[in-house]
Structure formats: C-alpha cells, structure tokens
Design a binder for this molecule. Sequence first.
Ligand SMILES: Cc1ncc(COP(=O)(O)O)c(C=O)c1O
Length: 408
Amino acid sequence: MCALALLGGSKAKSKPFPVWPYYDEREEKALKEVLESRIWWRTPGTKTLEFERAFAAFHGARHGIAVTNGTAALEVAMAGLGITAGDEVILPNFTFVATASAVLFANALPVLVDVDPETYCINPDLVEAAITPRTKAIIAVHMGGHPADLDRLKEIASSKGLALVEDSSHAHASEWRGQRIGTFGVAGTFSFQASKLITAGEGGMIISNDDKFEVQARSVHDCGRMPGQWFYSHYIYGSNYRLSEWQGAVLNVQLGRLDEQTKRRHENARVLDRLLSEIPGITPQKLDERCTRNGQYAYIFHVNKKKFAKISTERFIAAMNAEGIPNQASYPPLHELDIFKSGEYRKRLSGKQAKQKHGFLKKKFPATQKAAWETVWIPQPVLLGDEEDMREIAAGLAKIQKNAKELA
Ligand SMILES: Cc1ncc(COP(=O)(O)O)c(C=O)c1O
C-alpha cells in the first residue's frame, strides 16, 4: 500500500485543527445585551459605534466607519474619494473581484497590473508605468495578510497626487515597519466575512486619518446624511451601508482576541516557512523584512510541479486534503473573469472610456498566472494550532513530495 492517504495510506494529520469561527460566553453575553436592549440597529445603538472606535484605534486611525461587508467598504471608499465616470484606478490583477468591481460600481475603469512574483502583492514599478492623466487612485491589496510595498506605493501616490487605498481584507493587524496597516494612504478597507481574521459572518470597515474623506465616506454609508443634522436631511448621494448592532457586538469581542491570535498565526507561519523550505519544490510566499507582523489570512506557498512529478495543482490539493490538511482556493486572474473577457464591464463605463481599447487586458501577467494557478493556500484557522500541528503539516507535504510519482 502507498504511504499517501489519497491512495489508501494513513493520514499525516489526525489531531483536529482549531474550529473557526471561535466564540465563547463573551459573544453570547454581548448578543444577549443587544437582544435585551431592543436597540438592534446602528443609528441609536452603542455597540457598532464602540467597535468602530476600537478597531480604528487598534490600527492607529482616528476614524472608523463600519459597513455591511468588505465590498461595501471599497464602494464607500471610492465614493468618499469622489471617484467617478472617466477616472482610472490602478489595482492588482491578482485579488478578489470586489477590488475591481468597486471601481466599476463608481463607473470608473479598473486598470489591472501584475503582482510581485514572490509576495503576490501589487508591483509598484508596474503601478508607475500604468499612471495616465485619468488615474485618480491606487488600490493595494495585502495578499494573504502580507503588506504590499507601502514605502514605494506611498511615495508614488504622494508624488503623483493620487489617493492610496489599502484593501486590507486579508490583513487585520498586519504591520509594515512596526506600524499597523490601513493608514498608509487615505483609507484602509477591511472585511469581516466568515473566513476573515475576525468575523460576524459578514461585515466591513473603512479606517482613515483624513478628516475630509471621513465626512464624505460616513455620509455615503448613511444615505447621504451628515452627523448631527436632522434625520431627514440628505446632502449627497449615498446608500444604506450601515452595520447592525448584532455584528458590532460580536466584532467588538472578536477584536479583543485579534492581537494574541495574530501573534500566534504569525509565529506558526514562520515555523512553516522553515519546515516547508526544506521540501524540494515548495516555496513559501516571501516575507519582506519590512513586514514586522503578517496577519496571515492564509498560508500561501508555491508548488513547482517539476518536483512533484508534474501533477496538477488540483491533484496536489486532493492529496493534501486526504492527509488531513485543509486548503482554500486561490483567485483566478481578474482579466480572465467573464465580466472582463465578454466586455460586460464596459456597461459600467461611459463616453470614450466605454469604447476605447483597454490594452492592459491583453497583457500576459506572468506573476498573477503563477499566483493564481500554482500556489496553494492553507486557511488561517490552521495557524491557530500548535507547533506539533505545523510539524504534521510539513510531514504530510514532504510525504506527498516523496511519493508524487504515485499520483502522476
Ligand atoms: C481582497 C479582498 N477584497 C475585498 C473582499 C470583499 O469582502 P466581502 O466578502 O466582505 O464583501 C474580499 C473578500 O474575500 C477580499 O478577499
């Protein structure tokens, strides 16, 4: 019998990983408080307000605006910046669709550029090359929790007069040179969807140290109202993106665990870096030395198929799952999504921009292709385990490498 679990051998990993989402009596108490207060919505409530303040302060920001999800956070950020028809926003081709769809929602053009082949975050050289007179903003995505090159991006944004937005949906509590991410540009956006580093099932946040932006964005998220004004005064175009009190209550409790959990995820990921680097054909996502803490939404590694008997990524993942190691899917390149391939995205644009050629869609994006199709992602709850868990993961992957020919 082969040693591989997929072919009938025993599993490398038998002890279960920590469950996610984690909760205890503190979430139960907070929810009960909301229930009994009968104040279940944000406007007169205190829980979401408290969470906004605490989450913003945790990330070194003066302002926090809680919204319904991470997609909404990006949409509100675009509206708060005044991004509109005819504008261009530069973002990585390798990300979840929301980073681009929020730009289309603002009727602007998302200009896709390739990522760094080692960190899988937006490549600043390509950002610089993609700037045109229509460019208004850059959205950086901190992929898997690893910050994009914030030194370069900040410098490019300020020298060219562009807004920098950090899509930090993967990067709660990540640090760059000892400073938590989210305030290197005008705005940082976060997601609290179920797989994220703190969660209420759904939820989102925008943080900022820019007072003008904050007033605009807060108004957009609350039907165009202005704080302190009569309830039925609506000054600008907005919508209802408010987060409920239930979610604010749960997230406030979850935030209390974030620092300790981030420390554990970061340290376990470094154990995996060491162990997996010894396996031929496996290369962990690079940890830039300026990343002083990685929130680790996922543990990402590249698999060189030549060292794995040329098996497909799907076959590798099947073998890994059989060993008891979970995975989560990587993202396909945005330019390969139907919305871009079919031209459907043009329906959001107008004037010349809707008709002209968008040459970037014809580019090859080699680093995005590598990140999309050749990396494997281990989800974050695994990193809340102990060192023995990490050793068992490494042993399972080493076993797959040694016996890869049997999978071919
Ligand atoms: C990079 C990135 N941006 C934005 C989002 C959107 O967040 P949500 O699912 O909360 O709308 C996600 C969600 O997975 C994401 O991964």
